[in-house]
Design a binder for this molecule. Structure first.
Ligand code: FBP
Length: 305
């Protein structure tokens, strides 16, 4: 019988064995190995929000090696971070203990421009033994078209190096209202654009019930696309990512209560989501609490498969 990983990899049959091998490395690692589900630790918030906003709640987290150890001890699927953080730990931890995703572009809160600078290359990812590159697009932003072109080039280069690609699709900027950024039609659209750009793994925020684009709103209402529960909205997000043929993980967001987060994870799982990417909710807790939370999240994804 084909394993769950093999079944998922059939959706990537157009890719080289090397790229599929990197996807398999992530899918077959850690506590969720072989389940088809993923829990990833992203640590690019120091770049995006600044060090104190990211690490002051748990000062151990100022140390890049802390995040490597956390991802390893929590038996996560992968650690995703910008260049410097991966360079800081790779000599000590190597690449077998935790698959890594090199985040190639970064925004920062000192500038309100809705854009990301390319701060590393696919070659760096290869040099550091990463399984994948990661990059963010901002659908809707003034500069979104250039970001899509940048994504095309980075994904193509990663492919020639045998690396997989993870796209953070975060609609924002331009005409989008704050409420619009996480509206169901907008998140589904962002997931679809990432799939069309060739992302293997897509990362989106959990969508709300809100509908933003007036023309899309009419269609959602005419076809009565269910959206009352997060489970239904996750189902629709998966449907928009090639009818579930792409892995889609949902981000954790700002730190909040354990029960609220676990309830959200249950709904993501029930909606057929591929997993979670949990940063601040993990590393802003003390290590024991983070390990407990990450184990609970992973156990939700591994039951009733
Ligand atoms: P969190 O779990 O901390 O929300 O991390 C997920 C993430 O995508 C990070 O990779 C990124 O730095 C952050 O969210 C960006 O969040 P925002 O765009 O809301 O500032």
């Amino acid at each position: 019988m084909a394993s769950t990983t093999d079944t998922i990899l059939k959706n990537y049959a157009y890719e080289s064995e090397a790229v599929r091998g990197q996807l398999a490395k992530i899918l077959n690692h850690g506590a969720l190995a072989g389940t088809g589900k993923l829990v990833i630790l992203p640590v690019d918030q120091g770049f995006e929000h600044g060090p104190a906003r990211s690490f002051a709640p748990n000062p151990s987290a100022y140390d890049p090696l802390y995040h490597w150890q956390l991802a390893i001890d929590a038996k996560l699927s992968a650690l995703a971070a910008p260049l410097g953080l991966l360079e800081a730990g790779v000599a000590e931890f190597g690449t077998d203990k935790i698959p890594t995703i090199l985040k190639l572009n970064s925004a920062n809160s000192l500038s309100d421009v809705k854009d990301q600078a390319v701060t590393a290359s696919p070659q760096d990812a290869k040099r550091l033994g990463c399984a994948a590159i990661g990059l963010t697009i901002y659908p809707g932003a003034e500069n979104s078209l250039a970001m899509f072109e940048e994504a095309r080039a980075l994904i193509a280069e990663a492919r020639t190096l045998g690396l997989a690609s993870v796209v953070w699709s975060y609609p924002r900027g331009g005409a989008l209202s704050k409420e619009g950024e996480t509206a169901l039609d907008v998140i589904a659209y962002g997931a679809h654009i990432a799939a069309l750009l060739g992302a293997h793994i897509i990362k989106v925020k959990p969508p709300t019930e809100h509908l933003w684009h007036p023309e899309a709103k009419k269609v959602y209402e005419e076809y009565k696309i269910p959206r009352a529960t997060l489970k239904e909205r996750v189902q629709h997000s998966m449907q928009s990512a090639f009818a579930g043929r792409r892995l889609v993980v949902f981000s954790g967001g700002a730190a909040r209560g354990t029960q609220e987060l676990l309830e959200e994870v249950k709904q993501i799982k029930d909606g057929g989501g591929s997993g979670s990417i949990v940063g601040r909710n993990a590393f802003q807790r003390d290590k024991d609490s983070a390990l407990k939370l990450l184990a609970e999240i992973q156990s939700i994804y591994s039951i009733h498969l």
